[in-house]
Ligand binder design. Sequence first.
Ligand SMILES: Nc1ncnc2c1ncn2[C@@H]1O[C@H](COP(=O)(O)OP(=O)(O)OP(=O)(O)O)[C@@H](O)[C@H]1O
Length: 253
Amino acid sequence: METVLEVRNLTKTFPKRGSREALEAVADVSFRIEPGECLAVIGGSGSGKTTVAKMITRLLPADSGQIFLMGEEITHAKGKALRTIYRKMQMVFQTPAESFDPRRTLGESAAESLCNQGIGKAEAASRVQELFLRCGLPEEYLMRYPHEVSGGQCQRAAIARAAVLHPALLILDEATSALDMTVQKEILELLSELRREEGMTYLFISHDIALVQQFCDRVLVMDQGRMIEEGTPDEVIRAPRQEYTKRLIESIL
Ligand SMILES: Nc1ncnc2c1ncn2[C@@H]1O[C@H](COP(=O)(O)OP(=O)(O)OP(=O)(O)O)[C@@H](O)[C@H]1O
């Protein structure tokens, strides 16, 4: 089966305020994600995890390097090509309320992405309703506005909105970090179910190594924009090869 995502030598620098030097937020990062896999990216605050995700989803242009989704290069994709890409790749952020339009109901927002893909209104509505139900949101939630639901319910709606497109890849950037432990557990169960049933592939960005150990097959560790370690969560937790990883794990566990 085809590799879902391949990232080659990705680099991003930002200008540093009040300095002539540039900040190397992501430096020469390469990795692959195979079908059905859940790959975690962990690292301390500011290590470059979100910048990697933003380059993959084309929210930020890469300075150099290449990104391939299902074998197709998407590094410089724009406009119409991007719309096709978002059918195959979706992202869920830490604060879902901000990613929903406050003037539209959750159901309308979720159906919009389907309608943008050329699916008729009635079919879009019925697919959204089914996905909401599977994500633990009964029909009445379709009519609610983002401010009328809890953080956990909003995150379920964000996952439903992403999953309704049947993307090959779902990027989760600290998607459960803002939720309390019980809700976090429920959301992870939902994601595991979608993985089993839909064969979904995940890029899971987190600073929570215990969560990564439960949920992911492989983990990459980032420090100062570089990938410094890779392995199964057990390998990395039990025998970190880099001093930084060791400290990171000690500080989290
Ligand atoms: N738009 C930007 N302009 C300037 N610097 C930025 C910008 N976005 C990110 N950075 C810097 O790039 C570095 C990497 O940031 P990034 O958000 O990718 O880290 P992260 O690992 O996701 O951190 P966190 O876990 O705190 O979210 C940081 O030093 C950050 O301050």
